[in-house]
Write a protein that binds this ligand. Structure first.
Ligand SMILES: [Ca+2]
Length: 585
């Protein structure tokens, strides 16, 4: 035998080895992971959670996967994102409030603010992100959309290979491309002709670019898509909000009733669940200034409002619903891309919201001012409590949600979006911390269209990702000792096994809660503890604190210990919750 046949055999062997390698890469044992985070989306907004908003793509994921009924977030944008990304409670990661440093600016904070480690406003050195952990396991990582866990620490410094979106601020003007940044610098960034840009679409465009490039590499990938939909200022493409005005002209009282009926029909909530009364207006001072304050301090009855106000408010909700439908349309683009490339079955998809629907600050809503000189990577970050309300009338109505308008939708609609719960974003009551949670993973989950009543929390995403990826949580990272993870893997719950969890706890702006099994202890910042049996009273209407003083004492002691252990305490401004609230606003 001469040399060339041997060479051919060698080459053939080498090629078959290489192709086997490519075959493995095409159907990886490590699943791809896609985390889709909505912003300020209420518990009942999606069709598959009882809402009338058109969300066919998310409904399809739910029908082909799981819906958790008792999944919890952390009541506010920054703390929730810190918790989701790190698997820790927000204060442990340094973000108990927002992204300004509350440590250094308070009396007694010390030179560097070490007295208040829970309130430094940026991910600290005691935590790692899911991206950092999965990179150790060979994953390619990308983040798209809103960051909001540290103004000076970009996603690319926290384990993400690719980023497109905004780092500072809580939102962007959806029609303004100049607020977006692409990292690392020099990576391809799409250009949009005037009038073509819409933030939700652009975030998805860049997420699709990431998928395309990850596919070429053959590596497993983890992608975090954090839409700003449907945070204020609400905005919508006209086609996404078609027909909504007719629906929302019925008003929030009817919508709340219809959503609860649908939730019972779906089997999401038990048939005995009652509708809570209209919730309290969160900032009566703002309501008084704008003219929306009611005698009992609750959101007004829809029918009590003048016709022109009802028309304005129905349009606000239509824009919000259009923004949600626009997000769903874009999630459909991601799913279609995964399906077309054969990756859908092997991709674990999570969909959730960072907090309950946003009531800031009274029933009529505010109008933000345009940003005169937008900076790349920097979104909106202005105080909103003193902003004016604009009553949209006549020709202006159809312009609401288009470029040049920056409205919010107010507390009456937020109340409806959280049906049937009490209160909203900011609070430890169910309206603040309950999230839809859809899980889709055909290769890993046999059940289709089922509900899961197991408790879940943002802290569980880290543990779940580690579990499915075969990754290892580091005790030390780049010279820093890392706190142990707080959550537990949801994989057993996927198979409908019961979970054995000691407790979950919350604190934000002095609002507190702790959940132990079926019991929940909760209070507003200035209120006493309330105790509820969540098995029969998840709407938190029958306060058992007076009848069960021993349980209140035991659970509040547990909360106190948790608060000290996780740096909730000490709180800037002293023990007074009112002071902490003031600091946050
Ligand atoms: Ca939020």
């Amino acid at each position: 035998m001469d040399a060339s046949p041997r060479l051919s055999l060698l080459l053939a062997g080498l090629l078959s080895f290489l192709f086997a390698g490519i075959g493995l890469a095409a159907s990886p044992t490590k699943p791809n992971i896609l985390i889709i985070l909505a912003d300020d989306l209420g518990y009942s907004d999606l069709g598959c959670y009882g809402g009338e908003i058109r969300t066919p793509n998310l409904d399809a994921l739910a029908a082909d996967g799981l819906r958790f009924t008792q999944f919890y977030n952390c009541a506010r944008c920054c703390p929730a994102r810190a918790s989701l990304l790190t698997g820790l409670y927000p204060h442990q990661a340094g973000i108990g409030l927002m992204t300004s440093d509350r440590g250094a600016s308070f009396p007694g904070a010390g030179d560097q603010g070490e007295a208040f480690p829970g309130y430094r406003g940026s991910l600290n050195d005691s935590c790692v992100t899911i991206a950092q952990v999965l990179k150790l396991a060979g994953y390619r990582t990308g983040a798209f959309g809103k960051w909001h866990v540290g103004d000076s620490v970009p996603p690319t410094a926290r384990g993400f290979d690719d980023f497109y979106g905004f780092i500072r601020g809580y939102a962007v003007d959806s029609w303004e491309p100049r607020m977006m940044i692409r990292l690392p610098e020099g990576r391809p960034q799409r250009r949009y002709a005037p009038g073509e840009f819409f933030a939700t679409d652009a975030i998805t465009d860049h997420a699709l670019d990431f998928l395309s490039s990850a596919r070429q590499s053959g590596e497993p990938w983890m992608m975090y898509v954090a839409y700003q939909a449907a945070h204020f200022p609400v905005a919508s493409r006209p086609e996404d909000m078609t027909g909504y005005a007719d629906i929302y002209n019925r008003g929030w009282d009817k919508i709340r009733e219809q959503r609860l009926a649908r939730q019972k029909e779906l089997g999401l909530l038990s048939s005995g669940t009652s509708l809570t009364p209209r919730s309290q207006i969160p900032k009566p001072a703002a309501a008084k200034r704008i003219g929306s304050l009611t005698e009992d301090g609750r959101n007004p009855a829809w029918d009590s409002l003048p016709a022109e106000r009802r028309t304005d408010l129905a349009q606000r909700m239509s824009v919000y619903a259009g923004m949600v439908s626009g997000m769903d349309r874009n999630i459909g683009r991601l799913v279609a891309d995964l399906r077309a490339s054969g990756q859908l079955d092997h991709t674990l998809i999570f969909f959730l919201s960072d907090n309950g629907a946003c009531a800031e600050w009274e029933p009529f809503g505010f109008e933000m001012a345009p940003t005169p000189n937008p900076q790349a990577g920097t979104g909106l970050n202005q105080g909103t409590q003193a902003l004016p309300n604009k009553l949209y009338q006549g020709d202006d109505l159809a312009k609401m949600g288009a470029a040049g308008t920056l409205p919010s939708y107010g507390s009456g609609w937020a109340n409806a979006c959280n049906t049937p719960w009490r209160l909203y974003k900011h609070y430890g009551h169910e309206g603040g911390i309950s999230s839809p949670f859809i899980v889709h993973w055909p290769a890993g989950i046999k059940a289709k269209g089922e509900f899961r009543p197991q408790l879940g929390h943002l802290i569980d995403l880290m543990a779940t990702c580690i579990d499915v990826a075969g990754a290892k949580y580091p005790a030390d990272y780049e010279g820093h000792t890392i706190l142990p993870p707080e959550g537990m893997s949801l994989v057993p719950a996927f198979a409908n096994q019961t979970s054995d969890r000691a407790y979950l706890a919350w604190e934000h702006e002095g609002n507190r809660a702790i959940r132990e099994g079926k019991w929940k202890l909760v209070s507003t910042a200035d209120g006493p503890w309330e105790l509820y049996d969540m098995e029969i009273d998840r709407v938190e209407m029958n306060n058992l604190a007076g009848r069960e003083p021993e349980r209140v004492k035991a659970m509040s002691t547990q909360w106190d210990a948790w608060a000290i252990r996780t740096h909730v305490l000490p709180r800037p401004g002293g023990a007074s919750s009112a002071a902490a609230k003031k600091a946050a606003d």
